[in-house]
Design a protein around this ligand. Sequence first.
Ligand code: FE2
Length: 304
Amino acid sequence: MSGLGLEDDLSDRWILADLSEVRAKFNKQSFEVSHHLSTHPLFQLPELMALAERTVKLRPDDLYYDMGNIEPGQRWDAVPNPKFSAVEALRQLSTSDAWFIFRHTQRDPAYRAIFDRGLSEIKAIVGDQIQSQIRQEDIIIFVSSPRRVSSYHIDRECNFLLQIKGTKTLYVFDRDDREVLPQEEIERFWTVDNNAPVYRPQFQDRAISYKLVPGNGAHIPVNSPHWVQNDENISVSLSVNFQLLDSMRANVYRTNFFLRKIGLTPSAPGLHPLGDSVKAFAMTFALATRRIFRGEARGDRIWN
Ligand SMILES: [Fe+2]
């Protein structure tokens, strides 16, 4: 990759990127990065098996997995139920058509140092201003069987997806292309349906494709649609995730969802700043009131 990483002691860094590109594109457009984590012992399969066993025992909600021959347009909530336990599916990874998400991996003490250093390197690359914009940080490990597809979706977080083992293709679409991602789907996503975005194969050639190999990776902005096709190999990736404090934009989408339900055609966030402020205030008030009545903690959950 062309360009430079950090100004100081590049040889000692895990994650490298073109600084001018990062600062121009962060959380706006996708771009490629490189890293030195592929040979790290904690990402090798025996260590990941041990992590799966600990996670199932101690924090079962932090290990998601499913199994099946998935298409890019498959809804996550319509994936067939797994035939084996998570540990067994991981043991049979080369044939089980499985996809694993190790969530909040930093909660495992062995992986905490990866979280600390990975986050701090990325913050240094992105710039100091990012710190005040972060609501939540996470590291996630994805493990998938040969040929397995991770279906089309958008996320609440932006991330740096670092390829550790195996090769695969990541397809990222422009989140501002309204033929690919209509406003209504973003509104539904933020309000009631994590699977709201619909994959449209006729626009597949509009995606930027990244051939991920051990040692490279890509940045994916919040709400940028993407899906992944694994090659004929087991794949391991590390995702360093940031959920940003952009609740105003999310609350404008939520208000628009309800306005559209009563027959109005609301304007998209960013077009009318005063209107956005009113919508965001109204939704913040409604969410806070609902939390008080339900006794919920503060969070960024969907409406229902
Ligand atoms: Fe994603």
